[in-house]
Ligand binder design. Sequence first.
Ligand SMILES: Nc1ncnc2c1ncn2[C@@H]1O[C@H](COP(=O)(O)OP(=O)(O)OP(=O)(O)O)[C@@H](O)[C@H]1O
Ligand SMILES: [Mg+2]
Length: 222
Amino acid sequence: MISIRNVRKDFVKGDVKQLVLKNINLSIADGDFVTIMGPSGGGKSTLLYLLALLDTPTTGDICIDNNNMGKLSEKAIEAFRGKNIGLIFQNANLISALTPLENLIIAMKDKSSYREKKRKGESLLEKVGLQHKKNSNSASLSGGEAQRVAVVRALVNNPRIILCDEPTGALDSVNSKRVIELLMNIRKETGCTLIIVTHDKDIGALGERKIILKDGEISELS
Ligand SMILES: Nc1ncnc2c1ncn2[C@@H]1O[C@H](COP(=O)(O)OP(=O)(O)OP(=O)(O)O)[C@@H](O)[C@H]1O
Ligand SMILES: [Mg+2]
């Protein structure tokens, strides 16, 4: 269970303070499938960064399984994130010196053998139609291909919580559908929590819970 309690986030630039998240209260149960939509600049990525424990609220708390994440050390947060959270950003951020397959293998935290990791990486790449690119130069991939690698990279450690910030922003409709279906199937198979920020109305409509974030405030469609 993720609990966001009275979360407020402001950014200060010089003398100007911008209140980006006003007073967010939201509980997300294990296994929920939540989509978050809303106008550009409304605070969606900011909220996702807080959930990914990459940033901290100005005031308020983020609790996961009744643990107040603000009370953990950096090291504990890092370990928690590695084990529990899969993150997909709009930019793929692959390591360009490594092949797609190596990008997946290096992200794997379990102690299985290299051969097993390789097999797992190959099977994930196959799920997004990129088995033929596994040994390519990552820098030579198209934006959409790189994005699909980044999607499966977020899945390598079987995360309990998958956070996606416009995961299909760089994809055509066929690959967009493929990525969303993959994420939804993973959720069905593993019972993980899936949170997707999107500007795509069709994807937004798929969420079992649909949240709108606008001017730093949330509302939930019923
Ligand atoms: N690190 C930061 N420093 C200063 N201001 C920031 C920072 N991150 C976000 N902001 C500001 O917070 C506001 C919300 O940004 P955010 O990225 O959360 O919006 P968004 O809803 O994700 O928009 P989009 O749909 O365009 O991705 C913006 O006005 C942005 O300029
Ligand atoms: Mg954003």
